[in-house]
Design a protein around this ligand. Sequence first.
Ligand SMILES: [Zn+2]
Length: 304
Amino acid sequence: MKTSLLDAITQRPLLGDGAMGTQLMFAGLEQGNSGEAWNLTHPDRVLAIQRRYVEAGSECLLTNTFGGSRIMLNRHGIAQDVTPINAAAVAIAREAFGGREGYVIGDIGPFGGLMEPYGEFTEAQVLAAFREQAKALVDAGADAIIVETQTSLEELRLGLLAAREAGAACVIGSMAYDVTLDGSTFRTMMGIDPERAAAFMQEQGADIVALNCGTGMDMERARQAVIRYHGVTDLPIMAQPNAGQPKLVDMKVVYDESPAQMVAGVVPLLQAGAAIVGGCCGSTPDHIRAFREAMDRFQAKGHS
Ligand SMILES: [Zn+2]
């Protein structure tokens, strides 16, 4: 039987994957269209992206379901396909591993709105949407659920609750931080600092605390976040920083950190205690391949 994700990371750090959204754009997805719909309409293209990550050395793949909740899919008129879209995503990621052992992490992104009293959605609607998505991912065989790019504790709580209720074998909470204007620290858009987020995620039953995406959160800032998480929790930590900053070049969004630049931060992240390292927006199979080499060298030196 396959070692569980939580057991595996007690043995050695694991390599995650890189961005999906930017890769879908390269594969022809137009801005404003649903990348998640491609799990049903263009599964071959999603599979090709995830295969490139596996070939680069990824041991964990996030499903192509960031916007796969009913509330998000409803904006594209495909709310009726929540379950098939999420189930197909798990099957595609599993297929991408081929015969290799790997972990399929069911991805739940933000529902993309505001809850009452600031917005139009009730807590019950958001919880129902997360429950439906989490159940679809777990029923399809996801090894874990990640509730990612979270900025508010209210929404995070609902996502983690839904993942636990769905029976996920491993529940990951992942926050998106922004570096403050003066550059002195970072917190989420809703003002949550890493210590508060990590303590809250632990209280809410997360098995792994994580960070991803955000503004100005380079590899060094991610390392600082890992250290700050460690100050308040003994839970394993996952980090998926962006490949630098987005820039508009020829009307296309590109990220400005090359694999060589980003990989310099991998060993420091591992030394700080990150158990799973991957990349968020703008990171590519080339970034992940560089990460793989750095992690292999690090482990060959006897670090675990
Ligand atoms: Zn991102």
